[in-house]
Design a protein around this ligand. Structure first.
Ligand SMILES: *[C@@H]1O[C@H](CO)[C@@H](O)[C@H](O)[C@H]1NC(C)=O
Ligand SMILES: *[C@@H]1O[C@H](CO)[C@@H](O)[C@H](O)[C@H]1NC(C)=O
Length: 204
């Protein structure tokens, strides 16, 4: 009886502590030091030189869906994204918290431009990031559509894009990964399970 009470109390405590921690997570900052906001457009670009240009939609072959990737060179090209926190009350994008993310673009593919973890590239064994509607279904099935941003130790306002859903499916044990890139037929594709691409966020 006592043990059970202690058990429930510590569960409640754990829950409160987790909720408080999540609330306290620092906001992700853009290149001017402002907190990233829900629904606002941002370009994502490499924090380091010689690693491609802004994030954009890539036509990998002649079919849909389009893939998430980068422009070949630094410049004004690319599509902005908007972030939507999983927590409906939250208006700011905070480090290590779940959100869905979508390119703001019209394309030949008749579907939404939300990012999701897609197929594994056969040659490299790396999981590619594709676009499509936010996955419906069980919490576990939804996890593919939720990403987060973690701090990168390299410098101020520099971050990693990470797939490690937790809020969307608290009991899940995802095989977490950080977004880097790979080159296929001269096109830069975003992928997990390899190099890591530090990024910054530029308000559009
Ligand atoms: C094109 O890409 C799609 C999505 O990855 C894939 O299902 C399809 O097999 C590819 N088609 C060709 C011709 O490679
Ligand atoms: C980058 O260059 C390759 C090879 O020339 C080309 O196929 C691809 O479309 C280019 N990527 C972008 C985003 O323009």
């Amino acid at each position: 009886m006592t043990m059970r009470l202690i058990g429930s109390l510590s569960l409640i405590w754990l829950f409160l502590a987790t909720a408080a921690l999540a609330q306290d997570n620092d906001p992700v900052l853009d290149t001017t030091g402002q907190a990233l906001q829900r629904g606002q457009e941002y370009y994502i670009k490499p924090a380091i030189t010689d690693s491609g240009g802004r994030f954009t939609l890539i036509r990998r072959n002649d079919s849909c869906p389009l893939f998430v990737g980068q422009e070949n060179v630094t410049g004004p090209e690319g599509f902005p994204v908007i972030f939507t926190p999983f927590d409906e009350e939250e208006s700011v994008i905070r480090v290590s918290r779940d959100f869905s993310v979508a390119f703001q673009a019209f394309t030949i593919c008749v579907q939404s431009n939300n990012w999701k973890v897609g197929e594994t590239d056969i040659e490299t064994g790396r999981r590619l990031i594709v676009t499509g509607p936010v996955s419906e279904g069980s919490p576990n099935e939804k996890t593919v559509s939720f990403f987060r941003i973690d701090e990168n130790q390299v410098g101020d306002n520099i971050y990693n894009l990470v797939w490690c859903p937790s809020e969307v499916c608290p009991g899940c044990r995802p095989r977490c990964g950080t977004i880097g890139n790979l080159v296929e037929n001269g096109k830069i594709l975003s992928a997990l399970d390899g190099n890591v691409l530090p990024v910054v966020f530029e308000r559009a």
